[in-house]
Structure formats: structure tokens, C-alpha cells
Design a protein around this ligand. Structure first.
Ligand SMILES: [Ca+2]
Length: 400
């Protein structure tokens, strides 16, 4: 499929990061790397996530097309999803914001050939989001041995007064450095879901490769033991800090306040869009009814021990999306910093964190304005960026 194999060199732009960005700390400005951007793939249909395998393949999800692969030889192949894929999943569908979302490669992939896909499914009624485990053959021609390891993640199957079906599914699945799979979910515009420890929406789950609860989740008593953290709205980014391994999430705000939050096992993110008598809450969902004070993303009045965000854009809602730490010496002073992407905000910010994970400064990457959907480092530390317009970029740094 030649439209998908526009390998490299379609467009190469050398972008010197401006030294005149207002408000940027001088230390980060002076040390900013030079970025070279290459369009690696184009003509995709709403790419959502991507993952590299150890043998040189690039797995890509598209919201309504499911899972595809760019093999090491550059050829493109549609592996799994609707009609047209090598393996058709009749239960797969896309609706509203939802469809094929996160893709993760097993930490022992060279031996197991296992990959994990987050998607909605009609196998349950009403439909659910689920994590599907698949075996990929050595030639990347097909998948087999489908096992639905977490089949019971809530899906918003009907519209309500605050939005359409398919809203707020989370879905950016990643393996942590300790070998367990983290699964962020969303609140489905359902007021009680984020604080309901018997259901999996508005949470970050942590499981083994069979979907069983991982040891050490510290789920509050009586909760579903797969729950690692609760009280989330719609986590769209998930990554792990080099050195400490601590998970960080990026989470969509409502009409205000996107958040980046370091997670603690058993923690509560403090999102609780129910029972706000002072607000007018359509269909009892208060999520859009207030502001940063009356409907906070982290309600420290109701939850004094709530996990504190590392960074917010309080007062604004910019559709924060993916996040990843920058690794490798070519990033220069940006090595070890956290890159976060924005959809409505159409940019990537580089956050400098202190030892506790709190943001001390932030710097925008000098890139074309696009809705940023995925940020994934390749095995060399170059940053791959998927944009909603249908492209995947590679951004290679060069330290000054
Ligand atoms: Ca929060």
C-alpha cells in the first residue's frame, strides 16, 4: 500500500528551536536541542497509538481501522480490525471518540510474540472497552490466539445530556518497567464511575499479561483488585519516569484544567463529578457544570490525600493527550524531561521536573501546529509523533 510507505525524506525540516520564546527559563532555552522532523507515514485515518517491536516493526492503531504494521522492510499490512484486515474482528467498532486505542508490546515479545490492543467490543451487551491479547506471526502477516484479558471496562454506549456515545474511554496502555500492564480508563460521562471501586471506569488498572491483578496495587479494601489508582476523568497519556519507574499520566480536563499527575499505588486522582448541589448538573453529571474551584480536577476538599498534579493549565482546557519522557544524550539538557502533547492546543510541551516529579519549567517544542495524538520514543530515543491529520513524524534531536 504505497500511500503508507512514504518512507522518510518526503519532507525533512531542520528546526532550530527558537531562542526567543517568551517565558522560557534561560537554562532550558540555551540548551534546547536542534530538531530534525521527518514524515515517516502519511495518509493514515486518525492514528491513535504506535509501538516498536524489537525486530524492527512499527505497530500502528487507527481509530476505525484497528491494528496495522509497518514491517522492517517498509511494507504496510492491515493486521486486525474491521473488514479488510487479515483477521476480521466482527465485534470491533468505532464510535465517537472511541475505537482502536492503545497498543503495547509484551516485554518478552521476542519469545512470546504477544501484543495488547485496547478497543471497544460488542461481545458484551452493552458494549465494553477491553484489552485484547494477540500473537503476531514472525512475518507480520496475521494474528492469532486472541485472548480478551480485561473484558469489562465500561464504554459509553448511549449519548446523554453532556455528550455523545463513545466518550471518555481512556486507553493508552503501557507496560511498566516492572513488567506489568497499566490500563488507563475514562469516566464515560457517568457521575459515580470515577469513585466507584467496584467498576473499572475512571481508573488506572495494573495487571499481569493474563489480566490478573498485579501484586502491590494497594487497592482500597473492597475494591476491584485490578485498580491501581482511582478518581480519574479521562487519562490519555501514560509513561514512566526513567530512574524511578514512577508512572505519570496526562488527563483531559473539562472546560478547564488539564493535568499531568505522578501516580502512587492506591491513590485517588480526586475527580468526582457527582452530587454538587450548588451546581446545575445535566443528567446528574457535574463534570462541565463548574470551574476549577467548584468542580476541580483534583478535589482536595472531598479527598484530602488526593494525588497532586505535577502540572496544570488551570483556567484552560487544551485537550492534553499523550506523554513520554525524552531519553538519550542527543536531547542534551532535555534528556529526562517529560514531553506532553495537546489536541486542541496543537503543540508539544517539554516539562522539567524536580525530584518529586513536580514541574519547575516548561518549554514548547518548535513544531508545526497539529493535533498531537501519540508520542513514542523509538529504540534510539528519537521521538515519533502521531497527529490526527493522519501522519506520523519522527523528530530527531541533536544536542547543541
Ligand atoms: Ca486529578
Amino acid at each position: 500500500m504505497t500511500r503508507h510507505t512514504l518512507l522518510a525524506l518526503v519532507m525533512v525540516c531542520v528546526l532550530g528551536v527558537s531562542g526567543a520564546v517568551p517565558g522560557v527559563h534561560s537554562a532550558s532555552r540555551d540548551a534546547a536541542p536542534t530538531l530534525t522532523r521527518t514524515i515517516v507515514l502519511d495518509g493514515l485515518d486518525e492514528p491513535w497509538d504506535l509501538a516498536f517491536t524489537p525486530d524492527g516493526a512499527l505497530l500502528v492503531t487507527e481509530k476505525c481501522r484497528g491494528l496495522s504494521v509497518r514491517r522492517a522492510d517498509g511494507t504496510w499490512h492491515h493486521l486486525f480490525g474491521p473488514t479488510g484486515a487479515a483477521v476480521v474482528a466482527p465485534d470491533f467498532f468505532c464510535q465517537g471518540q472511541s475505537g482502536a486505542h492503545g497498543i503495547a508490546v509484551d516485554p518478552d515479545f521476542a519469545r512470546t510474540r504477544l501484543v495488547y490492543l485496547y478497543m471497544p467490543s460488542t461481545l458484551a451487551s452493552p458494549p465494553t472497552n477491553r484489552v485484547v491479547r494477540l500473537v503476531v506471526d514472525p512475518g507480520y502477516t496475521t494474528v492469532s490466539a486472541r485472548t480478551d484479558i480485561v473484558p469489562d471496562i465500561p464504554f459509553k454506549h448511549v449519548a446523554n445530556a453532556v455528550g455523545g456515545a463513545g466518550a471518555h474511554s481512556g486507553g493508552r496502555i503501557r507496560f511498566g518497567p516492572e513488567g506489568f500492564l497499566y490500563i488507563p480508563t475514562g469516566d464515560n460521562h457517568q457521575p459515580t464511575l470515577p469513585q466507584d471501586l467496584s467498576r473499572l471506569g475512571g481508573k488506572v488498572l495494573r495487571v499481569d499479561r493474563d489480566g490478573q491483578p498485579a501484586p502491590g496495587n494497594q487497592t482500597p479494601a473492597g475494591g476491584d483488585p485490578r485498580i491501581y489508582t482511582s478518581g480519574h476523568r479521562n487519562v490519555q497519556g501514560l509513561t514512566f519516569r526513567p530512574g524511578t519507574g514512577q508512572p505519570f499520566v496526562a488527563e483531559h480536563g473539562p472546560n478547564h484544567t488539564d493535568e499531568v499527575t505522578p501516580l502512587i499505588a492506591g491513590g485517588n486522582g480526586g475527580w468526582d463529578p457527582q452530587q454538587r448541589p450548588q451546581l446545575r448538573c445535566p443528567d446528574d453529571y457535574c463534570g462541565y457544570a463548574g470551574d476549577a474551584t467548584t468542580m476541580p480536577m483534583t478535589d482536595t476538599t472531598r479527598f484530602p490525600d488526593a494525588m497532586r498534579p505535577s502540572w496544570t493549565n488551570e483556567g484552560k482546557s487544551e485537550g492534553i493527550g499523550p506523554c513520554t519522557f525524552l531519553t538519550g544524550a542527543p536531547w542534551g539538557a532535555w534528556e529526562g524531561r517529560l514531553a506532553v502533547g495537546f489536541l486542541a492546543g496543537q503543540r508539544v510541551e517539554v516539562l522539567d521536573l524536580d525530584a518529586a516529579g513536580m514541574t519547575t519549567s516548561h518549554t514548547p517544542m518548535d513544531l508545526p501546529r497539529q493535533r498531537i495524538r501519540a508520542l513514542v520514543p523509538d529504540p534510539h530515543g528519537d521521538l515519533y509523533i502521531a497527529v490526527d491529520a493522519g501522519a506520523i513524524w519522527r523528530v530527531a534531536p541533536q544536542a547543541p
